[in-house]
Design a protein around this ligand. Sequence first.
Ligand SMILES: *Cc1c(COP(=O)(O)O)cnc(C)c1O
Length: 437
Amino acid sequence: MNFYSTNRQSAAVSFREAVLNAQPSDKGLYFPEKIPRLPTDFWKLLPQRSRAEIAFEVIKPYVENEIPEETLFQICTETVNFDFPLVQITEKIGTLELFHGPTMAFKDVGARFMSRCLRHFSNEKGEKTIVIVATSGDTGGAVANGFFDVDGIEVVILYPKGKVSNVQELQLTTLGKNISALEVKGNFDDCQTLAKTALADEELKKQVFLTSANSINVARWLPQQFYYFYALQQWQIKSPKSKIQNPVICVPSGNFGNICAGILAHISGLPCERFIAATNANDVIPQFLETGEMNIKASVSTISNAMDVANPSNFVRILEIFDNDYLNLKEKMEAVSVTDEITAKTMRAVYEKYNYILDPHGAVGFYALEKFLNENPNKQGFFLETAHPVKFDSVEKIVGTYGEMPESVKELFEKEKCSVEIEANYKELKEILLEKI
Ligand SMILES: *Cc1c(COP(=O)(O)O)cnc(C)c1O
C-alpha cells in the first residue's frame, strides 16, 4: 500500500517510508491510497477471533509484505496484550475502557505498535535511532513505555515542568535505561518547538537517524482502529440477535486522531450508526460543522487537558475520508463542545447515580453521548474512556476519590523520579542529544 500526502506536493511512499518519515516534506499528512474493505467472512468469524487475529487482519492491507507476516503478527500480539472491556454504565450508554494498558491511556496502543515497527525498520537499517517526543502528559508515558529497553533506540522526552500530573510525571521519569526525560522550564509549546528544531537540525541529522513519535505518524494512527472492532465484537455478543442495533460511537477528541481511526474502520466495514466528536471548550470543529468555516483560535486550558488543542492536526484526514465534502461528513459525524462546568457536573452525577468514576476526558464523551441519546431516544451507544481517572489530579477534587488505586500506580509511587531540567533553549537540548550518539 502506498501513502500519499494530503497536500499532494510530496511523492507517495511505502508504509515503511511513511513510518520513518513521520510527515511528508510538504507538511501534509500521509493517507492510504485505498481504504481496504474487510472480507464478509470477517464479521461471521469475529465472535471467535482473538484480539491479535483481528488486529492482524485489520492492519495487514496497509503493511502488506513490508514487514514479514510472522513478525507483523508478533507485533500485533504484543501491541494488544491487555483488555479492552466494553462496560455498560446506563441502560443505553456503555463505555469502551481504553486504560488497561501499561500507561493507562489509549495512546498505549499506537505507541506500542509504532515502537515495534520502528525497531523492525531500524534493525534493517542497522543504524542508531533517536526518537524525540514532546508531551503534555499521556503521549510521553506511552511512547517511553513502548520503546523501553529497545536495542539501538534512544528516546528523549520533553515535558513542561510542573504542568503534567503526578502519575504522568512518574510514568515518564522512572523508567531509565534508554529513556531520558527532560523537564523543560516552559510550556508545552516550548517543548514542541524544541523538538521541531532538533528534527530540522541538518548537522545533527548527518550524525544520527532522528525521528519523532508524533501522533500523526501512520504507525500510531492506523492501529487505533483495532479497539473499535473489539468494541463491536463485545457489542454483538451482548445484544440478542433480534435486538441488534448499530451503536452510536462517541469519542472525546483533541487532535482527532482517535476518532479518525474509528471512521476509517467504519469505511472498512465496521457497523455503526453515527460518530460524535466530543470536545472541551476548544471548539474549532464543532463550530466548523455548524458554520462551514474553520476559525482557528488560541487554545484554552481545561480540566480535560489532553484535548486542549487549537488546531486539530488529524482533521485533514477526516476531510480526506469524505473527499473534502463537508456535507458528506455531516451525514456521519457531529461534534459537541462541553464546558468544564458541565464536565465536572457529569463526573459527580455519574458517580452518584451509577457508581462509575469518569476521568475528565471520558466525562466529556459521556455528556455528549447522553445529550444525543436524549434527542434520539430509540438509539444506543458507547463512548471511549480514553484514560484512567487516577492520571488526573482533578478527579479527586471533583469526585472525592480516584476509586481503587491500580497496582501499577502503587508501584510507581515507590520509584524515584529521574529527570534533567533544561531551559527552553535549543543549545542545552543539542548538547544532550550529541551525548547520546
Ligand atoms: C490524547 C488524548 C485524547 C485526545 O485524543 P486525539 O486522538 O488527540 O483526539 C483524549 N483523551 C486522552 C486521555 C488523551 O490522552
